[in-house]
Design a protein. Structure first.
Length: 205
């Protein structure tokens, strides 16, 4: 199968697992999917109202190491909750580092943001998302709801500001990542959720 043939709701039998998978969102690098639970005869995501973290795998694995079986209709409700149109990664910058002090009390980070965002037109088309910072050893910390200033979209500068505001209190002298960025993790309270990390995702992409 070619990536041009991949579609939302497509069901595959992977070589690496006896359980079927169903595509929830994808891009050229990753597929986010649900997994079939044979012992209860249903998909793992049985409710769109609860908090969920997506399974993910490189797109090349699905295209080359999974057998397409059928497509189970991707509903408008699923589209509204999963938001497959949103980017899997956003505001990735190699030249920035998360500040270890509150960005509201230092001039360095805001100035760096302005330089990075100068002429940057990338937008994240959602009025609200959940952002999850990481701890000193890389583990997840409680997420927080952030709202776009214009109530419609986040630009790069605004998103990095929110992420830095949540992240600074969890940083230590020893760095475990390089650069900055946020990455799609799933859904929380019916809204898109992202995790804070470096310029490369946890998958190394």
């Amino acid at each position: 199968m070619k990536i041009e043939d991949l579609e939302l709701g497509a069901v595959f039998q992977p070589e690496w697992d006896a359980r079927l998978i169903r595509v929830l969102a994808f891009d050229s690098e990753q597929v986010m999917y649900d997994s079939w639970l044979p012992h209860v005869s249903r998909w793992g995501i049985d409710s769109l109202s609860r908090r969920m973290s997506y399974y993910r795998i490189p797109t090349s694995f699905v295209l080359n190491k999974a057998l397409y079986l059928r497509t189970e209709k991707y509903t408008e409700q699923e589209r509204a909750v999963h938001r497959p149109d949103l980017p899997f990664s956003f505001a990735r910058v190699d030249s920035l580092e998360w500040p270890m002090t509150c960005p509201a009390t230092t001039h360095d980070f805001p100035q760096s943001l302005s330089q990075v965002a100068n002429g940057e037109q990338e937008l994240l088309d959602a009025p609200r998302i959940f952002l999850e910072p990481f701890g000193p050893k890389g583990g997840p910390k409680p997420s927080a709801l952030v709202t776009a200033k214009n109530k419609k979209t986040f630009n790069v500068e605004e998103m990095l500001w929110h992420a830095a505001r949540l992240q600074f209190q969890h940083l230590r002298d020893e760095k475990i990542i390089q650069g900055v960025g946020i990455y799609r993790s799933g859904v929380q309270r019916g809204l898109p959720s992202y995790y804070v990390w470096g310029a490369k995702s946890r998958m190394g992409i």
